[in-house]
Design a protein around this ligand. Sequence first.
Ligand SMILES: O=C(NNC1=NCCC1)c1ccc(Br)cc1
Length: 331
Amino acid sequence: ENGSAAAIPIDPRFDIAYVTPVTIGTPPQTLYLDFDTGSSDLWVFSSHTPESQVRGQRIYSPEKSSTAKLLAGHTWSILYGDGSGSLGNVYTDNFTVGGVTVTSQAVQTAQQVSYSFTSQSEIHGLVGLGFSTLNTVFPNGQLTFFDNAKSTLDSPVFTADLKWKKEGTYDFGFIDETKYTGEITYLPVQTDPGYWTFTSSGYAVGDGAFHPASIVGIADTGTSLTYLPAEVVTSYWGQVDGAVDSDYYGGYVFPCSSKLPSFTFGVGPANITIPASYINYAQITEGSPVCFGGLQSSSWLGVNIWGDVALKAAFVVFNGANPPTIGWAKK
Ligand SMILES: O=C(NNC1=NCCC1)c1ccc(Br)cc1
């Protein structure tokens, strides 16, 4: 059975993350989770999370679900690229997203969450959509929702149609032709170590010349910004009056009044253009004349990340066939 679910920005001012409603257990408990192609654990705030670490989040209570089963002797612990993290134990239960149900999905219940999760009341957990090799459950790694659902879908795909400051959708099992224009360009995916890793064919700043290049990076719906090689972001921010790479603010900042160019990245023979407005990510603080860029350097990361700032400029197909591929289309 195919499905479709909303991807809702958690903050009306800037797209820091997107959450999607899911139901877990019997009777169904509804939580809003961050669907993350950059990881492969499905974890939730729960009745096992200390009250001191829960600040407004909805929780999953396995003891209130007649279909919940403890996965005895299993634990998990995850650290994300931004330094946030969580850990706990594991149940299996019924898990439904947009009409797609997996019975006996591994649901990782949090016994500890880092402050950055405690402080974001709109995120009640994560649904990893990376490859199951990244799953942290010990001693037996668990399958992602997508890996479990794949065999029941018409096609082993999910698509991301994230939007700028608006609600988008994740579709499972089908490709909705009304959500994109032109053709979808499919690229090979490197599945080791478990991210949706692909190679972009180059970039252009604004209306400038296209620079052919091979930029290896991951498509990560769980990362807000886009992180690219220093030479790329230096040439971008060099076109913006007053832009500086600030140690104080931890990245490129610029006067909010400055005009920004768009940014185009190659996908095979095609390309995707990120509008300037998406790269004017947010004021440093409410009312500040200093703005933080949506395009930042990846040099300290060691890998390039095509996060939400890039993904929301496209219709993206995560094709879980063998071999997996990733598809990009304008919209
Ligand atoms: O953790 C990562 N993506 N997802 C999330 N970030 C914050 C919460 C969820 C991530 C994955 C790979 C690399 Br390389 C860098 C970052």
